[in-house]
Design a protein around this ligand. Sequence first.
Ligand SMILES: *Cc1c(COP(=O)(O)O)cnc(C)c1O
Length: 359
Amino acid sequence: METPMKYGISITKNPNPKAKPDPASLGFGDVFTDHMFILDYDEGEGWHDARIEPYAPICLDPAAAVFHYAQEMFEGLKAYRTVDGGLKLFRPDMNAKRTTRTSDRLCIPRIDEGFYVDAMRALIDVDRDWAPDYDGTSLYIRPFVIATEPFLGVRPSRQYKFIIIISPVGPYYKGGLAPTRIFVEDEYTRAALGGTGYAKIGGNYAASLKSQMKAHALGFTQVLWLDGAERKYVEEIGTSNAFFVMDGEVLTAPLGGTILPGVTRDSVLTLLDGWGVPVKEERFTIEEVFDSYDAGELSEVFASGTAAVISPVGELRWKDRSMVINDGKIGDLSQRLYDGITGIQSGRLPDTYGWTVDL
Ligand SMILES: *Cc1c(COP(=O)(O)O)cnc(C)c1O
């Protein structure tokens, strides 16, 4: 196979491309494109051998550190088809920066942020034909780093692989924005001060599954996480950031180490600021949220994240207290934020903040 170089990345084309799925029936994360990007790290040599290869299983030693001590991190972002038939990434520099912060927390060697974005671009370019062109669909990009050194001692690995895979995905909401039912988790917690809450790592997700299962068993969509110390302060909703509209003001938890700094969260805050909507990034308790509801001042609750962009909350349950928000319908501000962000992503609205990168 010929191996042309792009950004110093060798490319081996897949001789057996797969049939593309029906774009109307795409789900999330169960179909993968024909290629993957791989970069190796060895202590003393640094990151090396950037390559795009046919998508295939990888071979690892059973003693590889990632299997034992979870030295692993990941990212998630999307490439969107635009109304004029183009393809755009949304703020990939933010994912590259977050990768650096997460890597530092897990003692994973840094990857150059510019190269990180170039690697994504090169891979998307090779699998460009996979970008579905159907309302609400996109290419979900999953970069991740795993510790691969075969060694059972506890210390940072001396070998890693940085891999990027791509999955064509369907719209998060098949029948329009559907409000969720959220259960306030007061038993398990997601993050503690000094811990890894701000890092995007598999370990945080593994620790959250128990609560998610509990919420599902009780008939809820997701959990709302409270702070790890007092189980009082509102932190996040599932794997997304949480926003509350109280008395005309938008409240969200501050980035104090336990909150994952979402790219969508930052985009929401920027848009709200531009619209002149008052916002507070301050700690607030779940009690205050329910009191605000009882006083008739809580008008909207929503979650933000790459997967759904804006996810309105229709119902919140905390112990024996329960609330139905905005009659279980999406609120005006939630809708406006959803339209604003997806409008920029799809090229329907002007990209005034310079957030998108053409592919
Ligand atoms: C990924 C993630 C988010 C959302 O981040 P985005 O960059 O907006 O997708 C929020 N909370 C947690 C815990 C996450 O892992």
